[in-house]
Design a protein around this ligand. Structure first.
Ligand code: GLC
Length: 546
C-alpha cells in the first residue's frame, strides 16, 4: 500500500468507504448468517483493496423484518451475529489496520419488538408509553390513505379504532420525535457507539423523523403530485428535523476527532445542503450517479451540480453506484436504457437478457470516473468483484418485505444481498466454513467465477482493477478542485490538482488518449501498459508532467 491514509478531523472528506452488509459478508461460525467475527477475519481483504473506512449496515438485535433496519435495541449486537465484545474486537482490529468505522443509525423507527413499543401496546390508549410513538384514533379505517415504502398502508390497527404509523414495514413503528425521551435516547445511542471508538454514523432516512400530523393532512395523491409545500410536509424533509441534527452535532463535536455523519436524505437536490451543513450532519448522500444512465451529458451534469451543492454546504460530495437497496450497477449497465428493473427482476433476469460484458465494461469505466472525483466514494461489498445482481432468486427464498407487501409484484432488494463468494469452490464459496450451513440466501453456481480467490489469481480481474485504482487514487489525491477539459463528443475529461487527468469514453469506439502517462485503465491491464488509444466504454487516468 502506498501513500498516507486520510487522517485528522477531515478524514472523511475524500475517504473511500466500503459498505459491509454484515449478514452477507462473511460467516465465521457457520450458521449461514454473516457475523462480526467474519468481518474481523476478512479485514485483510479490505486492507488489500485499499479503502479508508467501513460503513457497517445495522448489526443490532433484530427479527430481520427489514434486513436489520428494524432495530430491537440500538445499543447492543444481534446475538445471531455476535456480541459487544466481538464488536469491540472488530473496532480494535479495524483501527489497527488503519481503517475507520461508520455505523448505521436508524432513527425514524424502532422495531415492534423494542421494549418501548411493547410497553406502548401493553399500556393502552392515552398512556405516556404510547406518546413515544405515533398513535392515532380513527373509528372508520386508517387515519390517512398514505402508502408505506414497501407497499400497503402506513397505519397498522391495534384494536378499538387505534392505529400506529409506520412509514416502512408494520414491524417498524415510527418514533414520535416531539417526545424528549426519544431525543435523549438517540443521543445516548450516539454516545454509546462513539465511546466505543466508532468514527462516524450513517443516518438512515434522515429526511423523516419529525412529524406534524395536527393540521388537515394531504392525501396520498396530493403527496405524489408534489403539491405539499416544502419544509412543512407532515412527515417528509421538514425544516424542524434540522433541530435534531444541530443537537447531534454538539454530541459529535464533544469527541476528538469529532465524529462524522452522513445523511441518507432522499430529498430534492436543492434541499440536500441543509443535511450536509457543518452545524448539522456534515455530509449527505448523493445518489444521482447511481440514478444516471451511462451517459456523458448526465454524468457531467451530476458532477457539476453536486460539487456546487457540496461547496454551498462547506462539505464534500459523496459518490455512489451501488448499495444494499439497489440493483447492482454491473447489471443495470448491462440492460438497455430505460429497462424497468422491477419488471426485469420479475422475469428472473430473462427479459431482456443482460449483456454482462457490456455491463462490466461500463461499470469499471464508471468506477474509475467516480474514484477520480473530489469527495468521498462509497463502495458496496461485492462491487470490487464486478458481481452482478442475482436476478433469479425464487419467491420462496426472498426476505425483503417488499415482496410480500407488494403481493408478489415487486421482488425487492435480495438480489444484491446474496452472501459474497470468497473461494471458487465449497458449499458456500467460502462465505462460511466447509462444514457450515448454506448461506442464508442461495448463491448461484456462477458465483465461483467472481470469487475473491479466482479474481486474485487473475491480473485482469475487476478486483485487480479496484486495487490498482485505489492505490493510484491514494498517490494522486490532493486538493478538492476539479476542472473539466475540452473533449471529443461522448468523452468526458477532467483534471484534478497535480496534473491528474481522468478521461471517460462513453462511446463504443476508441478515441485518442489524453496526453501524459497513463497510470490506470479500466479495460485490460489496470496499469494501462501498452495502451495506444482510449477504448470504447472505458476510463483512463493520466498523469501530466509538471
Ligand atoms: C433506508 C435503508 C433501507 C431500509 C429503510 C428503512 O432506506 O437503506 O435498507 O429498508 O431505510 O429503514
Amino acid at each position: 500500500m502506498t501513500g498516507p491514509r486520510a487522517s485528522g478531523a477531515d478524514w472523511w472528506r475524500q475517504a473511500v468507504v466500503y459498505q459491509v452488509y454484515p449478514r452477507s459478508f462473511a460467516d465465521a461460525n457457520g450458521d449461514g448468517l454473516g457475523d462480526l467475527a467474519g468481518i474481523t477475519r476478512r479485514i485483510p481483504h479490505l486492507v488489500d483493496l485499499g479503502v479508508d473506512a467501513v460503513w457497517l449496515s445495522p448489526f443490532y438485535p433484530s427479527a430481520l423484518a427489514d434486513g436489520g433496519y428494524d432495530v430491537d435495541d440500538h445499543r447492543d449486537v444481534d446475538p445471531k451475529i455476535g456480541t459487544l465484545a466481538e464488536f469491540d474486537a472488530m473496532v480494535e482490529a479495524l483501527h489497527a489496520a488503519g481503517l475507520k468505522l461508520v455505523v448505521d443509525i436508524v432513527p425514524n423507527h424502532s422495531s415492534d419488538r423494542h421494549p418501548w413499543f411493547r410497553a406502548a401496546l401493553a399500556a393502552g390508549p392515552g398512556s405516556p408509553e404510547r406518546e413515544r410513538y405515533v398513535f392515532r384514533h380513527s373509528a372508520d379505517g386508517p387515519p390517512t390513505d398514505w402508502t408505506a415504502s414497501f407497499g400497503g398502508p402506513t397505519w397498522e390497527p391495534v384494536g378499538d379504532g387505534w392505529w400506529y404509523l409506520h412509514m416502512f414495514a408494520p414491524e417498524q413503528p415510527d418514533w414520535n420525535w416531539d417526545h424528549p425521551d426519544v431525543r435523549e435516547d438517540h443521543e445516548r445511542t450516539l454516545r454509546f457507539w462513539a465511546d466505543r471508538g466508532v468514527d462516524g454514523f450513517r443516518i438512515d432516512v434522515a429526511h423523516y423523523l419529525t412529524k406534524d400530523l395536527t393540521g388537515p393532512l394531504p392525501t396520498q395523491a396530493e403527496i405524489e403530485a408534489g403539491t405539499v409545500p416544502e419544509g412543512t410536509h407532515p412527515f417528509n424533509d421538514r425544516d424542524d428535523v434540522h433541530e435534531v441534527y444541530r443537537s447531534w452535532r454538539k454530541v459529535f463535536d464533544q469527541y476528538d476527532p469529532p465524529r462524522m455523519a452522513v445523511a441518507e436524505a432522499v430529498v430534492p437536490t436543492h434541499r440536500r445542503p441543509r443535511y450536509a451543513s457543518a452545524e448539522g450532519l456534515g455530509q449527505a448522500f448523493n445518489f444521482d450517479l447511481l440514478e444516471a444512465d451511462f451517459d456523458p451529458g448526465q454524468f457531467r451534469a451530476v458532477v457539476e451540480q453536486n460539487l456546487d451543492l457540496a461547496r454551498s454546504a462547506g462539505s464534500t460530495s459523496t459518490w455512489v453506484l451501488s448499495n444494499h437497496d439497489q440493483v447492482r450497477h454491473t447489471s443495470r449497465y448491462a440492460l438497455p436504457t430505460g429497462t424497468s428493473l422491477t419488471a426485469w427482476l420479475l422475469s428472473d433476469g430473462t427479459e431482456p437478457r443482460a449483456d454482462e460484458a457490456c455491463g462490466l465494461r461500463r461499470a469499471r469505466a464508471a468506477t474509475a470516473f467516480l474514484l477520480a472525483l473530489p469527495g468521498s466514494a462509497y463502495l458496496y461489498q461485492g462491487e470490487e468483484l464486478g458481481l452482478p445482481e442475482v436476478a433469479d432468486l425464487p419467491g420462496v427464498v426472498l426476505q425483503d418485505p417488499t415482496w410480500i407487501r407488494s403481493l408478489g409484484t415487486t421482488k425487492g432488494r435480495d438480489g444484491c444481498r446474496v452472501p459474497l463468494p470468497w473461494s471458487a469452490s465449497g458449499p458456500s464459496f467460502g462465505f462460511g466454513p466447509e462444514d457450515g450451513r448454506p448461506a442464508h440466501l442461495p448463491q448461484p453456481p456462477w458465483f465461483a467465477r467472481y470469487a475473491v480467490e479466482a479474481e486474485e489469481a487473475d491480473a485482469g480481474s475487476t478486483l485487480a482493477f479496484y486495487r490498482a485504482a485505489l492505490a493510484r487514487r491514494r498517490e494522486l489525491l490532493g486538493g478538492e478542485d476539479l476542472e473539466f477539459l475540452d473533449s471529443p463528443e461522448g468523452v468526458v475529461v477532467f483534471e484534478r490538482p497535480g496534473g491528474w487527468v481522468c478521461a471517460t469514453n462513453f462511446t463504443t469506439s476508441a478515441v485518442p488518449l489524453p496526453s501524459g502517462e497513463v497510470v490506470l485503465s479500466s479495460s485490460g491491464d489496470p496499469s494501462g501498459v501498452g495502451l495506444t488509444e482510449l477504448p470504447g466504454e472505458s476510463t483512463v487516468w493520466v498523469q501530466r508532467a509538471g
